[in-house]
Structures are given as structure tokens and as C-alpha cells.
Ligand binder design. Structure first.
Ligand code: GLU
Length: 320
């Protein structure tokens, strides 16, 4: 399913320094959800997104993925801290910050263009009916509600508000990841609007990437398996499938995904321990093979040394 390749793609690179960036140029982006402070792994992904966008002559956009209103409300000021942290390590972005919570009409319009159906299944019903979950825990939807009659739907609406799923007709999709190679997978009838009315991440991310001209998607590799689904939706919505570049996650000394409980992982934690943002940038640059730990660097210094084909491919073990 997943083919790894190492082939260089240098011919594709646009000249970078001195490149004229216009709105016609493509764009890369960093799209954090403002539900908790960025940790060093998120900052490293943001740095790679910035480096790859700039290296290939693209604009670099920042989009705040704040669709989950309850989680965002439970974490006030996180968005401001995330943006301040990006600025503190020297990452600048082009244009205005875009917030998903301000774009709900676009998501509704996109749904109107898709073939969708109402789904009344609970998580448990899906778990019972579906095949085994994927390694990331995602359960492909088995299509239970696809063939309900109008009378059955009317009956079920009385007890449970429906989610909306897109009918993918059993599609299969391949996308290209700069580091993982070809990523192929079946596209299930995934949720585009949740049963609490919130637009789903998989929908909003694609609508926005298409609308913003994003043709390079850099993010953590926990989302690698979502990329065929999102690539498929991109085509349905008339966009061009972006190039993906999934960055390996950061793990703790035990090899587990880095989390808050691992101690000093945010810029604020690290500053409180006497490590200013510049020192953290050097740590991130070192993890990417671009500088010595403790070296005085800026993102621009790292960009001068950046070669996307030479990036370390394994998870980064963060020791604090
Ligand atoms: N908002 C998502 C997250 O913070 C990232 C989405 C993406 O980059 O496609 O995990």
C-alpha cells in the first residue's frame, strides 16, 4: 500500500531566494487547532512547513482550525499563544490569519455540492458493524445508513440528530507524499458534518486548502492515513490534489508520542527553565540536521542549509 522512495526531486524546486512570490504562486500552510499550547513537535512541524514553502517559492499561510467550539472555549487564549510562539521562533506568515469558525458558509456550500446522506449510527454501532480499526484507530464506515428509506430516516430523526456522510461509492485514492511516496487507500463514506452540527475536520481542511490555493500540505504523520480521503474530496470539490509532506512525530525517551506530561515541552515551559525561543529553534534545527545545538540561528539561516531530500525520516526522540 505504501511505497517508500528516496528519489530526489530537485528539478521541481523553484528558485527560492529572490523568487517573486505572488498570489499565483502556490502556498504551504500550518494549521493548528487552538486547543492546547504548541509543543516542540508542533513547532518543529511548523518550521518544516515554513522551510519547505519558502524553499519551493511558495507563500506560507497560517490557518486556525477552531471548528470545535467547545474545546476551543475550554482553552481560552491558546490561539494567541500559538501565534506568539510561531513569531517567537522567527516564523512569519503571509496575509491574514484565517479562522475556520468564520467560514461556516463555505463549508455549507461545499456540502451542497456533494452527494451526502444522513447517518444515525452511534460509535458503538459502527464499532460493531465495521471491520477492524486502522492502526490510527480510525474505523472505516461500513455504509449502514446509506440505503435507508425516507420513512426510516424520518423515524430515526425523532430519536437522534443525524450526522452527514459523503457517499464515496467505494472509491480508492492514491496521493503523493514527498517523503512517504505513494499513499493509497480506500475512501469510506466519512463524516462531513457531525451530528452536533459542527463541520468535520476532513471537510473543512479540504475546503480551505482549495480556497486558499494550498498545494503543499506539511503536517504530522499521524494524519498520513487521512490523506487519500482528503485528496479524493479535493478532486470532488474541483481542486488539485496537493503534494503532501508528513513529518514524523516527536516521541519521548520511551518511544511514545510526546505529550504535556513529558515535562517542559512548550516554549513557555522551556523559557521558565532558562531556554529562550532562540535556543529552542536551534534544538529544532539540530533535530532536522541543519545546525549544531546551541548555535545562534534564524529560520533564514536554516533555510540556506535546507535540503528536503536530506531530512531525517525517523521519529525525533526528544529528551528535553
Ligand atoms: N488542525 C490539525 C491539527 O492540529 C492539522 C490539520 C492539517 O494540517 O491538515 O492536528
Amino acid at each position: 500500500m505504501r511505497r517508500f522512495f528516496q528519489a530526489g526531486r530537485a528539478g521541481e524546486e523553484r528558485s527560492t531566494r529572490g523568487a517573486q512570490m505572488t498570489d499565483a504562486a502556490g502556498a504551504g500552510r500550518f494549521a493548528p487547532s487552538p486547543t492546547s499550547d504548541l509543543h516542540v513537535g508542533n513547532l518543529r512541524t511548523a518550521l518544516v512547513a515554513w522551510l519547505l514553502a519558502r524553499h519551493t517559492g511558495r507563500r506560507f499561510l497560517v490557518r486556525v482550525e477552531d471548528l470545535d467550539a467547545a474545546r476551543v472555549a475550554a482553552a481560552p487564549d491558546v490561539e494567541a499563544r500559538q501565534l506568539a510562539d510561531l513569531a517567537a521562533i522567527g516564523l512569519g506568515w503571509d496575509g491574514e490569519i484565517v479562522r475556520q469558525s468564520e467560514r461556516l458558509d463555505r463549508y455549507a456550500a461545499a456540502i451542497a455540492r456533494l452527494e451526502t446522506y444522513e447517518c444515525f449510527c452511534t460509535r458503538r454501532e459502527i464499532a460493531e458493524a465495521a471491520s477492524a480499526p486502522h492502526e490510527d484507530g480510525y474505523r472505516p464506515y461500513p455504509g449502514t445508513c446509506r440505503a435507508l428509506t425516507e420513512a426510516e430516516r424520518a423515524e430515526r430523526r425523532r430519536t437522534r440528530p443525524p450526522a452527514l456522510r459523503v457517499n464515496a461509492h467505494g472509491a480508492w485514492m492514491s496521493v503523493h507524499d514527498r517523503w512517504a511516496g505513494t499513499v493509497s487507500g480506500p475512501v469510506d463514506d466519512f463524516v462531513v458534518r457531525r451530528n452536533d452540527g459542527a463541520y468535520a475536520y476532513n471537510l473543512a481542511v479540504v475546503v480551505d486548502d482549495v480556497a486558499q490555493g494550498v498545494d503543499q500540505v506539511v503536517r504530522g504523520d499521524d494524519l498520513l492515513s487521512s490523506s487519500p480521503r482528503q485528496g479524493w474530496l479535493t478532486e470532488r470539490l474541483g481542486g488539485r490534489v496537493p503534494e503532501y509532506a508528513h513529518v514524523p512525530l516527536v516521541v519521548n525517551a520511551e518511544g511514545r508520542r510526546l505529550a504535556k506530561r513529558d515535562g517542559a515541552v512548550s516554549l513557555a515551559d522551556l523559557a521558565a527553565r532558562g531556554r529562550p525561543a532562540g535556543a529552542v529553534l536551534a534544538t529544532l534545527g539540530h533535530s532536522l540536521g541543519l545546525c549544531e545545538p546551541g548555535e545562534h540561528v534564524t529560520p533564514e539561516t536554516l533555510l540556506d542549509r535546507f535540503d528536503p531530500d536530506a531530512l531525517p525520516r525517523g521519529p525525533w526522540v526528544y529528551g528535553g
